[in-house]
Design a protein around this ligand. Structure first.
Ligand SMILES: Cc1cc2nc3c(=O)[nH]c(=O)nc-3n(C[C@H](O)[C@H](O)[C@H](O)COP(=O)(O)O)c2cc1C
Length: 172
């Protein structure tokens, strides 16, 4: 099926979200410390490399997220790129649960809550913030990187359970 819509004719949000659901994304949990000293975190697919010099990432956070204000106020945040073994963690951090950290191993890395099971961890210092519409773009300069081999958790067509190994993307 081919769906074509002209912006001038009034773009339907459903067509836009359907189009964007066909963009393959990795998934990350972004964490920070709140003013009261407790950790907070959310699942994001809006994450990418921003620059190599300096090494920086770009993350987009919805104003409606409870982490939005803590991320806007803090100077550091953590990015945890998830592997297929962290599907449950992904669902936990996509929720509005009262204590998302209760069932996951984590520790403080300075002011950053570091989730232990994530194969890729980036500690970031916030260097720029840009608000537009109902989201904020955060740019974070990477001050620490830890990498372990793992198959990535892949978000595609609104499903979390795609995998890349073999001849093509397929569901597990
Ligand atoms: C696959 C997926 C990707 C998501 N990507 C983002 C994102 O890029 N930015 C964002 O602000 N929220 C994103 N969300 C929504 C948040 O994870 C969700 O609203 C979460 O409950 C926010 O938690 P909080 O209110 O405790 O901060 C995504 C959710 C899912 C399921």
């Amino acid at each position: 099926m081919t769906a074509t819509e002209d912006v001038a004719a009034g773009l339907a949000v459903a067509t836009f979200t359907d189009a964007m659901s066909r963009l393959v994304s990795g998934l990350a949990v972004v964490t920070t410390r709140q003013d009261n000293g407790t950790p907070c975190g959310l699942l994001v697919s809006s994450i990418c490399s921003y620059s190599v010099n300096p090494p920086s990432v770009l993350v987009v956070v919805d104003h409606a997220s409870r982490c939005h204000e803590p991320l806007r106020r803090s100077t550091e945040f953590g990015v945890h790129l998830l592997g297929i073994a962290q599907e449950r963690t992904a669902r936990t951090f996509a929720s509005r649960g009262a204590d998302k950290f209760a069932d996951v191993a984590w520790e403080w890395d300075g002011s950053v809550p570091r989730l232990c099971p994530a194969p890729i961890y980036l500690r970031c210092t916030t260097t720029a913030l840009f608000g537009h519409g109902d989201h904020t773009v955060l740019i974070g300069e990477v001050t620490r990187t830890e990498v372990e081999d793992a198959e990535p958790l892949v978000f595609y067509r609104r499903l979390l359970d795609w995998r890349l190994r073999g001849t093509g993307a397929r569901r597990r």
